[in-house]
Design a protein around this ligand. Structure first.
Ligand SMILES: Cc1ncc(C[n+]2csc(CCOP(=O)(O)OP(=O)(O)O)c2C)c(N)n1
Length: 666
């Protein structure tokens, strides 16, 4: 069965370290590392292109462990291969607070972790994003510079999750032949045999989606190597269905769900080591085996150096462009042109939807940089995401930079994560704000990994009108703001939209979401303003005030700003002291220092917030006696102006309530 004794020893070193760490932590998942050690050994020792001494080499093959619960497989490999940021001490601290070897692999903890995995299925779509990016970069710089494979190891759980279907079908459609999925077909998940829950013929499923499928015994090294060899040459994405035994080597637990996610236990741990012939101490791989692994880790060194030479030989302007593209550095023209555009819109006093203004901003951005890749989940014409200066990518040609994701919001989010993790493009993708629910897990992971992704979320309130409550976001602004590292922008006019886009391009430490109106909005910004100052920078700014000590401060975002302005004007006409603030990004406001925040929050006797969503998140501004005008129920189907009336989001209603309260308090 074994290719060679050496292979067995190398694979067993992975197994040994994995169960050592899991026993030490008394927590973790031994099933996957024990079962997949053979495949991983062949892949990493004979096929994967990487250099452990330079883990970020950009043309390395990408390896995604989608079943993040099997993290010890990856940690053992990285240690054995000699990645310099992982030591044996790190394996001893597996799953401990502050350790690099977290329960599931976390991007940024160790150099060899390509993406954070754990929520099943995400890694599959991340890998699709990486494979797309490789093709797009290769189409631009040639295969001498960009030419690598993307491997994703996935289990039954990954393939059962819906996101995998979205990702697999898109990968097949785009013919991502440099994407290889290694399916750990062990027929076991937590609740027991897969036969309890699924009877899909995975081979037919993948073939129907345009993949090549190769079925092998995942413990037979020759079959593994042959399959990898064939997959690399395939003209389609490949799925290698590896029949494996979960928990391979554990005499009493292998092949059962009991080995999936619990330590073996002291007795079974010893029996397993014994059965596998591991006769060395815990955490001490014999030097000859370690040396063999370390040599493998450096095998790619020459390839990497050759690649660096090829980079050096590029014409300087191409080399510079490549480096800027990989680091995501946008040229200053992008920002200059946005300021000019803003100037135009200050002078024209437009009356357009912010989704239209966003298209205009994107048009300008895409004209001045080639580093963004756009897309939409089948709502291109509504999200206004495809500007006329960019072309779509298709299976035969990846020189474009627009992705028709199809109706696949979840995969779109995770593919965008894969694109930004790969580096080379800043992805933006569109859908309706309501359908952010369909990609929320990917948004959250992008936030955890601090990835520069942009979500263009149009139809941002009951203002979308007739499509009704199924399409009207209510709790979405608040719930998205609640995710750490996520910035939700909701501009109120064309000029604010342009300003928000500038901030979005500069805020590289997490997903940026821009919520945009379907309905037209008036431009309220004045030409007298210094047009090179970005008023949205702190997330909030004063539009106007008739007093330094107002009785009322009105705060609004997006389409409700014009209602708030009308209310402010009414108060002013009645001789009541008032101020009005626009809040294009509550998250940015929350980031400001306390002095700044207090100076705004505590300025008026009473604060009034107007936003066509729920009140959650506005508590600091509202304080104990603030007034909130928004939504506390689902919306309804009808013309949008009638809906605003119906839900009390009108100047008249707001003024009535303020005046009634005023009378009571006087
Ligand atoms: C989205 C999501 N749902 C549930 C889980 C919890 N979970 C972790 S592993 C697992 C079973 C996975 O089975 P499989 O992929 O066959 O892994 P194996 O048993 O082979 O290790 C589940 C349900 C998760 N991590 N992510």
């Amino acid at each position: 069965m074994a290719r060679s004794t050496a292979h067995q020893q190398m694979a067993n070193a992975i197994r040994a370290l994995s169960i050592d760490a899991i026993e030490e932590a008394n927590s973790g998942h031994p099933g996957l590392p024990l079962g997949m050690a053979d495949v991983a050994t062949v892949l990493f020792s004979e096929f994967l292109k990487y250099d452990a001494s330079d883990p970020h080499w950009h043309d390395r093959d990408r390896f995604v462990l989608s079943g993040g619960h099997g993290s010890m497989l990856l940690y053992s490999l990285l240690y054995l291969l000699g990645y310099d940021d992982i030591k044996i001490e790190d394996l001893k601290k597996f799953r401990q607070l502050g350790s690099k070897t977290a329960g599931h692999p976390e991007y940024g903890h160790l150099k060899g972790i390509e993406t954070t995995t754990g929520p099943l299925g995400q890694g599959v779509a991340n890998a699709v994003g990486m494979a797309i990016t490789e093709k797009m970069l290769s189409a631009r710089y040639g295969s001498d510079i960009v030419n690598h494979m993307t491997y994703v190891m996935a289990g039954d759980g990954d393939l059962m999750e819906g996101i995998s279907q979205e990702a697999i079908t898109l990968a097949g459609h785009l013919c991502l032949n440099k994407l290889i999925m290694i399916f750990d077909d062990n027929q076991i998940s937590i609740d027991g045999p897969i036969s309890k829950t699924d009877s899909t013929d995975q081979t037919k499923r993948f073939e129907a989606s345009g993949w090549e499928v190769i079925e092998i015994d995942g413990h037979n090294t020759n079959e593994i190597a042959d399959a990898l060899d064939r997959s690399i040459k395939s003209v389609k994405p490949s799925m290698i269905k590896c029949r494996t035994i979960i928990g391979y080597g554990s005499p009493n637990k292998q092949g059962t769900s009991s080995v999936h996610g619990s330590p073996l236990g002291s007795e079974e741990y010893l029996l397993t080591r014994d059965k596998l012939g591991i006769n060395y101490d815990k955490f001490s791989v014999p030097s000859e085996i370690l040396e063999e692994w370390r040599n493998i880790g450096l095998k790619g060194c020459k390839q990497r150096r050759d690649w660096e030479e090829r980079i050096q030989k590029l014409p300087p302007e191409i080399r510079d462009k490549y480096n800027s593209q990989i680091s995501g550095t946008l040229n200053q023209n992008v920002y200059k042109s946005l300021i000019e555009l803003k100037h135009d819109y200050l002078t024209t006093k437009s009356h357009i939807a912010t989704r239209k203004a966003s298209e205009i901003a994107l048009q300008c951005i895409n004209e001045n940089t080639e580093f963004l890749v756009g897309g939409s989940a089948d709502l291109t014409g509504s999200n206004n995401t495809k500007t006329h200066n960019i072309n779509e990518i298709v299976a035969e040609n990846f020189s474009g930079r627009y992705i028709h994701y199809g109706i696949r919001e979840h995969a779109m989010g995770a593919i965008m994560n894969g694109i930004s993790l790969h580096k080379g493009f800043i992805p933006y993708g569109g859908t309706f704000l309501i359908f952010s629910d369909y990609c929320r897990p990917a948004i959250r992971l992008g936030a955890l990994m601090e990835q520069h992704n942009i979500y263009v979320l149009t139809h941002d309130s009951i203002g979308l009108g007739e499509d009704g409550p199924t399409h009207q976001p209510i709790e979405h602004l608040s719930s998205l703001r609640a995710i750490p590292n996520v910035y939700v922008y909701r501009p109120a006019s064309a000029v604010e939209t342009i300003e928000c886009w500038e901030l979005i391009l500069k805020n590289k430490n997490g997903p940026n979401l821009i919520a945009l109106s379907r309905q037209n909005l008036y431009e309220f910004r004045e030409i007298s303003e210094q047009f090179n100052v970005n008023n949205c920078e702190k997330g909030i700014y004063l539009i106007k005030a008739n007093s330094d000590n107002p009785d009322y401060a009105l705060f609004a975002s997006g389409s409700e700003v014009e209602i708030a302005i009308d209310a402010y004007n009414s108060l002013t006409e009645s001789g009541i002291k008032a101020a009005i603030y626009s809040v294009p990004c509550l998250d940015l406001f929350n980031d400001q220092d306390n002095n700044f925040k207090s100076s705004i929050i505590k300025n008026a006797k009473q604060n009034i917030v107007i936003e066509a969503g729920i009140s959650q998140g506005w508590e600091k501004i509202l304080g104990d006696d603030g007034l909130f005008f928004g939504m506390s129920s689902f919306g309804a189907s009808g013309p949008y102006k009638e809906l605003y009336q119906h839900f009390g989001l009108t100047k008249d209603h707001i003024i009535d309530i303020i005046m009634n309260n005023r009378e009571i308090n006087e």
